[in-house]
Ligand binder design. Structure first.
Ligand SMILES: Nc1ncnc2c1ncn2[C@@H]1O[C@H](COP(=O)(O)OP(=O)(O)OP(=O)(O)O)[C@@H](O)[C@H]1O
Ligand SMILES: [Mg+2]
Length: 240
């Protein structure tokens, strides 16, 4: 098999003295959607933040595009085309949609392309175009998520990490956000998706890792895990 776009080896992560991720191994193949599922507090967000570089790894290695990025600062990882859309979205509420989007275009090589990329984002998310002068803080939850995803795409990622993109959204909007996940993947962007909603994650991903108490408990092709007894009962609300 070809070298994975992202490879995480024996990763430990901790908040001060409290270790929450233990010996995690994970690979994301280029051109796929990979999901990371697990219940509350399993360690999904922690893992995503360590990969993005906003939380240091306690131990282990993160290899992206064949390069060891374990100690690289987050902005250099974005420059290498790895972007995270964080769980809390982290938009600037008193800046407009367009100003927020433009903040995503900070890597130097993109300065000349910001205008063109902005146009592409508005084509993909027409609602952001209609609201480009609106303060981000006044957008609906779904629109805020679109804005956060758009900002991530402005950095032209090869790997886009989405942490709970459907968090707090009404069912119809959840469908819409996952529709966009598919559109982005179809454009050739590799995706790593963390989600509590296993039904969606397994439906929209090729490969899945199941995290329990800071460890990978199970992994496999998503279509196979959809039929797995334990996964169905623990994460998909099946009665048996
Ligand atoms: N800033 C922090 N300081 C201390 N402990 C933290 C911090 N953030 C998370 N934790 C703890 O780390 C563990 C893993 O949390 P994490 O947010 O990674 O889980 P998660 O799988 O993303 O959960 P959720 O599905 O609720 O988003 C939890 O026990 C949590 O309480
Ligand atoms: Mg989380």
């Amino acid at each position: 098999m070809a070298e994975a776009l992202l490879r995480v080896e024996a990763l430990d992560a901790a908040y001060d003295a409290v270790q929450v991720v233990w010996g995690l191994n994970l690979q994301v193949q280029a051109g796929t959607v990979t999901s990371l599922i697990g219940s509350n507090g399993a360690g999904k967000t922690t893992t995503m933040n360590v990969i993005a570089g906003t939380l240091p790894a306690r131990r282990g290695e993160i290899i992206f595009r064949g390069e060891d990025i374990t100690t690289k600062p987050p902005d250099l990882r974005v420059g290498m085309r790895l972007s995270l859309i964080p769980e809390q979205r982290q938009l600037w509420p008193r800046m407009t949609v367009e100003e927020n989007l433009l903040l995503g275009a900070f890597p130097r090589r993109l300065r000349g392309k910001a205008k063109e990329n902005l146009k592409n984002i508005y084509e993909m998310f027409p609602r952001l175009g209609e609201r480009r002068k609106q303060y981000a803080g006044t957008l609906s939850g779904g629109e805020q998520q679109m804005c956060a995803i758009g900002r991530g795409l402005m950095a032209e990622p090869l790997l886009l990490m989405l942490d709970e993109p459907s968090l707090g959204l009404a069912p119809m909007l959840v469908d819409e956000i996952f529709h966009y996940v598919r559109v982005i993947a179809a454009r050739g962007v590799t995706i790593l998706l963390a989600a509590q909603n296993a039904n969606y994650a397994l439906q929209f991903s090729d490969y899945c890792y199941v995290m329990e108490s800071g460890r990978i408990a199970l992994e496999g092709r998503s279509e196979k895990l959809r039929c797995d007894h334990h996964v169905r009962r623990a994460y998909m609300g099946a009665a048996s």
